[in-house]
Write a protein that binds this ligand. Sequence first.
Ligand SMILES: Nc1ncnc2c1ncn2[C@@H]1O[C@H](COP(=O)(O)OP(=O)(O)O)[C@@H](O)[C@H]1O
Ligand SMILES: [Mg+2]
Length: 265
Amino acid sequence: MNALLGVDRLSVVYKSGLPALQNVSFAMNAGEIIGIVGESGSGKSTLLRALLGMLPDGGQYAGGDIIFQGKSIFSLSQKEWGSIRGKRMAMVFQDSGSYLNPIRTVGSQYIEAIRTHVELSKKAAYAIAVDMLSQMGLDEPDRMMSMYPGQLSGGMKQRTAIAMAVTMEPELLLADEPTSALDVTTQVEVIKRLTSLRASQGTGMIIVTHNIAVAAHMADYIGVMKNGSLVEFGQTSSIITSPRHAYTRELLAAVPELEGNTDGI
Ligand SMILES: Nc1ncnc2c1ncn2[C@@H]1O[C@H](COP(=O)(O)OP(=O)(O)O)[C@@H](O)[C@H]1O
Ligand SMILES: [Mg+2]
């Protein structure tokens, strides 16, 4: 077992209001997939942003520690962060695809993104980009490289953004509702591709989803958040079959799919 991340009694407050995270603790090993579920406002996005060292404006760490690959993130210099964020630890959002620059081709921005992290010729970067796009299940990746984001569907853009995020083969991918904006068929496809990244790159992931069925399908462990606290955390099978917290039971009861099979999810 290879410890990847340890979160120890982490608390975060926003200037304006109640604590957004309260004493959140959990740990994960390399290559594990954690699903984080909970209602809107429970602190899921704040947790991911906190792990990446990028709290939104007005957010402050109020206690606890985050150990990534053996080192507290609070001890990292700017330079060390530069070598971790986007490389060892990457993030995708619900609408990451919409952040692609509309007036530049996919290829030119993808190649540039690669070359900010590693010294490579444009040709080598192009080859890496094409390979990643095809790993994300995009047909005709060469043709896509010369297209503009406006020529792509939402699902294609989101897959492109995910491909870009994982190009440096991060050990930890933080994904905040990465498929929520997509239609159901595309969601299934993107989830399959995310799961296959673990097989191909050994990527550990923390996936925030409001759909506990998605978490049940993908994750080794599920964490349930409520009002800034992690009220339950455990192996997916035990969370599904014997949830301890009343709130987890409510979430499970709201998902009809879980009573049958989750194959289609
Ligand atoms: N930038 C912000 N400024 C002030 N409060 C915020 C900010 N972002 C989130 N919050 C508050 O922190 C709490 C947790 O929000 P968030 O992490 O976005 O939850 P979730 O992702 O589970 O919906 C909520 O009460 C929310 O209103
Ligand atoms: Mg959120």
